[in-house]
Design a protein around this ligand. Sequence first.
Ligand code: GLU
Length: 263
Amino acid sequence: MSASAATATLLEPSSTLGSSAAERLAASRRLVVKVGSALLIEAAAGSVDRAWIAGLCADIGRLAAEGRKVLVVSSGAVALGRRRLGLPLRGALDLQTKQAAASAGQSLLMRAWEEALEPHGSPAAQVLLTRDDTEVRRRWLNGRATLERLWELGATPVVNENDAVATGEIRYGDNDRLAARVAQMVRADLLVLLSDVDGLYTADPRLDAGARHIGEVEAVTPEIEALAGAANAGAAVGSGGMATKLIAARIAQAAGCATLIAA
Ligand code: GLU
């Protein structure tokens, strides 16, 4: 995470405009780090990429040792549950089967986080949310209090959507948006969206060798959203994509939180 920050795209509220991505990372006190399935899961095997998660947790351990509060939002439950339940690793699943896969995979996902965080002295603490938890005030306050207490106790909260029960209109739908809501909830100053692309481009970098990386964006404007739709739609795998990352950045921006899109 720290090494890739130099090439990431930073979307930030104007109050902090001008600081580079690396400086923003260094200045942050409360970070929400969203990890997508595409990075965490080895697609061919349907299992956690142990080397990758170990590297990320070493970064998280360093940030925590510097006194920063770090919260992880992790995808990967469905992908891991597919293999555990003997389902095809790719292709669409019906709703109930997908929920079943998420249930079976969630415990494997937590085991991976627990094992990777353990050498850095921080217990992994599972928090599963549905949309109401960030929209109904009493639940929002309760969720926030639990997350704060976990930090006080030295744990690293690992958040995911409660896929087993969340369907249709009660879903966040994707973890980019969930991560932005959680960032608001804990008053994070930096939302890091780790994806398989290192930020915004003027064109899809996989299709166009001339695509240029956009280092910093002052605000998520309709023009930037149009750029994401046209140039970056196919650039990320998983249920997110660049468009949902910009929606997340807009939510975070409204709460005064900068967003870093990094690989
Ligand atoms: N909650 C889903 C999972 O753990 C992922 C949703 C997303 O990546 O946007 O598999």
